[in-house]
Ligand binder design. Sequence first.
Ligand code: MG
Ligand code: ZN
Length: 228
Amino acid sequence: MRKVIRSEEGESLDIELDADLLKENERIAEENKKLLSEHGVVAIDVMGSVGSGKTTLIEQIVQRIKAKYKVAALDGDLNTTIDADLIGRHGVESIQINTGKECHLDANLVRKALMEMDLDKINLIIIENVGNLICPSDFPLGSSKRIVVISVTEGPYMVLKHPLTFARADIVVINKIDLAQAMRVDPGKLENDAKKVKPQLQIVRACVRDGIGVDEVIKALDLPSLLK
Ligand code: MG
Ligand code: ZN
């Protein structure tokens, strides 16, 4: 016997559900996008839980494309500069955004960071969101494409439990694929769950630490057409 208590629309005491706040965020995200395009810059953003492999994926992407594109990184984290330091090792501009208590980046914080950058010297910004798979998807930042990274170590239900995040993404990376058997997680099932949420999703199986799947993610981003 089990009971389920459901929160009704508007009932939750969560400021993130405040419609005005979300609208204002969307407005600023559009402004960010416009500002970026005026300078010939596109942004992509990467969402995923803590430990899913976002930073490692970004490092691998940066290493492969930095000779061809003028890349910079924005990195969201509550308090540390660990991730921005890791990405900065590759010789690209890397800015940490510390959100304090906020569990997601918002368009306003990104705008603040954009003001600190020389947008004429770059053409691609990769944004790493705060490690959390729930609310970041509610807050568009002004990016042109969104990547979601999940790892098989997070279990078999990541898609079913976060459908909205997947519905708002363009590319899904199923990471740490080498551990799938040990974790008894079927990547094919994760893939099917994701396709059910959004058939157009591009899905890449990867082990980003070993560089596996990274080229496929870059291909899925289709940077030449984004930067046209
Ligand atoms: Mg990270
Ligand atoms: Zn949040």
